[in-house]
Write a protein that binds this ligand. Structure first.
Ligand code: MN
Length: 307
């Protein structure tokens, strides 16, 4: 026998992912869809710059409600739309109108303000809606919309990963990224895989299909595993049926975000100003959206007094 002692054993792997926290998502109804919100979660508002993650759950097979989200505004964030089943049309105040299908990315950057609507085809829809908080450097800037039908894919032991935004291993998405981050969909076959990490990134693993083992912890659908920075890599494993998950990660944002309704800002006054601009139909800030759906009315912020 020669050579060094095997550098990793099972105990070390568990040790390397010692900070993993599991959190259960909260189920709700949004725009006719059942969703499970896994971010923000109790005590955790962001993972990297990722600040919001809704899993769109399979609709009632007998009476599927179509996705109907009428024109509504956003500030200070980028929306990332990723479908698993079905298709939907995005329209926004920049004049974009874009059909999206599974495996394609819609990325809408709000900056100072944008408005959009989403209409699903009358068929079962499943997917993930995510938000990325914009950093101070870009959050007061122009809005933008991108559609990417082709995304880079990396092949790992027992897994393949489609890179939606940012960088995973040696693959970088063509999509805009305002902060160092990654968003990827990982398809897992039975057997262990190791996902390459960046030392300074924190991560979230969100199961889409099957139960995913992250280090020593098993994560159920509707839950999220939070992994602190410093992991040398991310050991994932699935059962005989395989699995699929989202991997979200990035450098901790380092800025305190305030989120309310569809707005991401840094304080309540900014949110109140955005709310007022939407309710006053300030087209300079949000612009009109061509849509057959009704414009959404914004509820008053709870801290606002109308007299
Ligand atoms: Mn939206």
């Amino acid at each position: 026998m020669s050579g060094p002692v095997e550098p990793r054993d099972a105990a070390c792997e568990d040790e390397a992912l010692a900070g993993v926290e599991l959190r259960e998502g909260r189920q709700a109804a949004v725009g006719g869809m059942r969703i499970a919100r896994v971010l923000p979660t109790k005590g955790r508002r962001t993972v990297g710059a990722w600040c919001f993650t809704d899993l769109i759950l399979p609709a009632d097979a007998l009476e599927p409600d179509p996705m109907e989200v009428g024109p509504h505004p956003h500030i200070g964030l980028a929306t990332v739309t990723w479908l698993l089943d079905g298709e939907a049309v995005h329209s926004d105040s920049l004049g974009s109108e874009q059909l999206i299908r599974p495996g394609q990315l819609n990325l809408m950057t709000a900056g100072r303000g944008i408005a959009h609507a989403e209409l699903g085809a009358p068929a079962p829809l499943r997917g993930v809606q995510m938000w990325i908080a914009q950093p101070e450097r870009t959050r007061h800037g122009d809005s933008a919309f991108e559609h990417h039908p082709d995304l880079p894919r990396i092949v790992l032991d027992n897994a393949e990963a489609d890179v939606l935004v940012g960088t995973l291993g040696d693959a970088t998405s063509p999509a805009r990224a305002d902060t160092p981050l990654v968003g990827a969909e990982i398809t897992l076959r039975p057997g262990a895989t190791r996902i390459p990490t960046v030392d300074s990134f924190e991560y979230a693993v969100v199961p889409l299909e099957g139960r995913i083992k992250v280090g020593a912890d098993i994560v159920e659908h509707g839950w999220v595993a939070l992994v602190p920075p410093g992991a040398a890599d991310l050991p994932l494993d699935v059962g005989a049926g395989g699995g699929r998950c989202m991997l979200l990660g990035g450098e901790p944002l380092g800025e305190q975000v305030v989120m309310w309704w569809n707005f991401v800002a840094r304080d309540r006054d900014e949110i109140t100003a955005a709310w007022r601009a939407w309710q006053d139909r300030d087209d300079d800030r949000f612009g009109p959206v061509r849509s057959q759906l009704d414009r959404m009315d914004a509820p008053a912020p709870p801290w606002h007094r109308s007299h």
